[in-house]
Design a protein around this ligand. Structure first.
Ligand code: COA
Length: 175
């Protein structure tokens, strides 16, 4: 069971009791503004999403983590790795991503989670390359990607939604 710890966060695999708090996060239009087509998701979609994230862990040995605040034990959201199947032009690739509930924004928590996820990808899983894809206009995610040391590689368009996207990348220089 893969668990990562930072000073303020625990990143762990998903549990049944994460569905309700993650559904509340996914139901917030402000949170979902830059995710996918920008629409909020209901509880059933959240349940399906968490099941899909857990399948990624089972099949690939990596996936999106549940992000828990250590002090309270509450679920703050998601941060982790996925294969960006929605964007075939950049495959094969592993993508880093995040989604936190609004009460957790503006405290450096996304950056704290993303740093330990990137370290997990590059050191623990030995990946030579990780990408980050953000919607053009999503300044917060762009700032996180830059802070991680990722560089903008290309602009493209979401194949399904027609929205402008920016692809960032980080590569290790030696084995
Ligand atoms: C993106 C997100 C994870 C950022 O979380 P956060 O914990 O507030 O981020 P941090 O506090 O670590 O801040 C990261 C950087 O973004 C900047 N930032 C935060 N919100 C911002 C905003 N609305 N506009 C511009 N910059 C912003 C911060 O100033 C910081 O920049 P710095 O490191 O240069 O000082 C959070 O807003 C979120 O979950 N949004 C909804 C889901 C989402 O859009 N996910 C990504 C797309 S799939």
């Amino acid at each position: 069971m893969t668990t990562l710890r930072t000073p303020r966060l625990t990143l762990r695999r998903w549990r049944e009791d994460d569905v309700a708090p993650m559904a509340a996060i996914n139901a917030d239009p402000e949170v979902m503004r830059w995710v996918g087509d920008g629409s909020a998701r209901d509880r059933a979609a959240t349940e399906d999403g968490i099941a899909a994230w857990e399948r990624e862990w089972e099949q690939r040995g990596l996936g999106p983590f549940a992000v828990e605040v250590r002090e309270t034990g509450r679920l703050a959201g998601m941060a982790g790795l996925t294969v960006p199947d929605f964007l075939p032009e950049i495959l094969p690739a592993v993508e880093i991503g995040w989604r936190l509930g609004r009460p957790y924004w503006g405290r450096g928590l996304a950056t704290e989670a993303a740093r330990v996820v990137l370290d997990f990808a590059l050191r623990d899983r030995g990946l030579a390359r990780v990408v980050g894809v953000h919607a053009v206009g999503d300044a917060a995610s762009e700032a996180v990607l830059r802070t991680l040391g990722m560089r903008p590689e290309r602009e493209t368009t979401h194949p399904a939604y027609g929205l402008p996207l920016c692809v960032h990348v980080i590569e290790t220089r030696c084995a």
